[in-house]
Write a protein that binds this ligand. Structure first.
Ligand code: NAP
Length: 455
């Protein structure tokens, strides 16, 4: 049986969707909504920051510029006449859930996962211990972290976790100024890293190298750094023949190849070292009398039959003054929106928010913090398909027009930053960067961003 829409929506009264968050999942949702032609649709994409693109601007490593080229497509979507970008509008503060219900046929939450997970070990709150999320936000020039004073006096740094974020933060700590110049790292971070005393970075995996979450391309970069040698203890990455034969995952195989290549290398005597350690767990962050990190106690692990790490009681102390926990992001609850505290996501069934009509979700706040940017395209397309299938049954909305929502925002004195405003800022940042031989020099303070507007 073929499925056909009998939409109540028309070109005069299109389906109106509010997308909360302009990161990859939000922009892919907008793209999916305007790609279909069965239903005339208008999309307003909100972001609490003046700048669009969320994780692509503030999460992706500054030296991974090719990953950021997805913004070319995002630009096309946000410039489409059916789509508007309304930056500097905070959900729950400038606009509440009830405001949106009164103005849109459907709401799509695509706010990602801006929080982070903790280790739950003593010493986690010492000065010099922080989440990778905080460190990433700082070097990427996130406005919330821009004012943070980052003192980088550590010669040794431990990075806990073996996902791609752990590799990102370690690589940024180890690159030379010349290498960082080619990135779009925030100017304040470049200045601090220029004087960085870091000599040794330890990346710590609690399980075996075969269970690391990072990907091979990212791992290989450690073999190509101009100032840092990779160091791996051969015994820690030994895999017996039976276990080796059982590996079917190609990424794992390739990861092991690279790690073994590192283990077999004689260090070239570069001034910095990246130590990849496995089967070790942090048990305590040690502090000095001033409350600063002075070491990290780690415990050697073995694996149980299910592949989980089990402590052996054998410990050692790493000489580090900074500890970055990179053990995963976590979603943060939105006011007036259901939230699963345990999973850190909006409870949903295939993107339909549980217990709600006309409310949807996609991306990390829907499924948790996993996958690459492209994963969110399918995720958003899937949710949008459900939204469109429900369209006939969506409850009537009293004030469903652009003029109505604009009037409300104006009445509240919200200083909306448009896509054209962002484009003016974008041009400015690129010009500033190019003047310094860099791809971009980010503006990091919100008040400064708001000063750059479409002429
Ligand atoms: P992730 O890939 O989930 O890695 C988290 C790591 O933390 C795992 O190694 C995990 O080990 C470890 N961990 C968790 N709890 C721990 C604990 N208590 N003690 C020690 N280790 C612990 O997370 P992520 O690195 O934050 O990355 C998030 C997503 O973004 C991933 O899908 C990633 O691929 C993606 N990403 C991609 C790129 C890229 O493509 N270049 C860059 C950055 C991020 P277990 O396995 O033992 O739990």
């Amino acid at each position: 049986m073929s499925h056909s829409f009998t939409p109540p929506f028309t070109a005069q009264r299109p389906l109106r969707v509010a997308v909360i968050g302009s990161g990859p999942s939000g922009v892919y949702a907008a793209e999916a909504l305007i790609k279909q032609t069965a239903l005339p649709t208008e999309v307003d994409v909100f972001d609490r920051l003046p700048t669009p693109y969320g994780l692509v601007r503030y999460g992706v490593a500054p030296d991974h510029l090719t990953i950021k080229s997805v913004t070319k497509g995002f630009e096309k979507t946000l410039s489409d006449p059916r789509v508007r970008f309304l930056g500097n509008v905070e959900f729950g503060k400038d606009l509440t859930h009830d405001d949106l219900k009164a103005h849109y046929d459907a709401i799509m939450y695509t706010v990602g996962a801006s929080g982070d997970r903790r280790l739950g070990i003593p010493g986690e709150d010492l000065s010099g211990s922080m989440s990778a999320t905080e460190f990433v936000a700082w070097y990427n020039g996130h406005p919330d972290a821009a004012a943070r004073e980052m003192v980088l006096s550590a010669t040794g740094v431990a990075v806990v976790g073996v996902g791609n974020v752990a590799l990102d933060v370690s690589r940024i700590l180890l690159k030379t100024v010349a290498e960082l110049q080619a990135s779009d790292i925030a100017p304040h971070a470049l200045e601090v890293l220029e004087d960085s005393p870091v000599k040794d970075v330890w990346i710590l995996g609690r399980r075996s190298a075969a269970q690391a979450k990072f990907t091979t391309k990212e791992l290989r970069e450690f073999g190509e750094l101009s100032d840092a040698d990779p160091v791996v203890k051969p015994a820690e990455v030994a895999v017996d023949e039976v276990a080796e034969a059982a590996i079917t995952d190609n990424v794992v195989r390739k990861n092991l190849e690279v790690i073994r290549d590192f283990a077999g290398r004689t260090p070239e005597g570069k001034p910095r070292r990246i130590h990849l350690r496995f089967l070790v767990s942090p048990v305590e962050i040690l502090g000095d009398e001033n409350g600063n990190v002075s070491g990290l106690k780690i415990e050697r692990n073995t694996l149980d039959a299910s592949g989980n790490a089990v402590g052996t009681g054998e410990t050692e102390v790493l000489p580090v003054q900074m500890v970055l926990r990179s053990v995963g992001y976590r979603g943060v609850a939105l006011p007036g929106v259901p939230f699963d505290e345990k999973l850190g996501i909006i409870p949903n069934v295939e993107g339909r928010v549980e217990g709600r009509t006309g409310e949807y979700t996609s991306g990390w706040i829907k499924r948790g913090p996993s996958g690459v940017i492209g994963t969110n395209r399918k995720d958003s397309t899937d949710t949008v398909a459900h939204l469109l299938a429900d369209a006939d049954a969506l409850p009537p909305v009293a004030k469903a027009s652009r003029a109505d929502i604009d009037a409300l925002l104006q009445e509240r004195g919200v200083d909306v930053y448009t896509f054209a405003d962002w484009q003016a800022l974008d041009t400015h940042e690129q010009a500033q960067g190019q003047a310094q031989g860099r791809p971009r020099a980010k503006v990091v303070h919100k008040h400064e961003m708001l000063g750059h507007r479409q002429k």
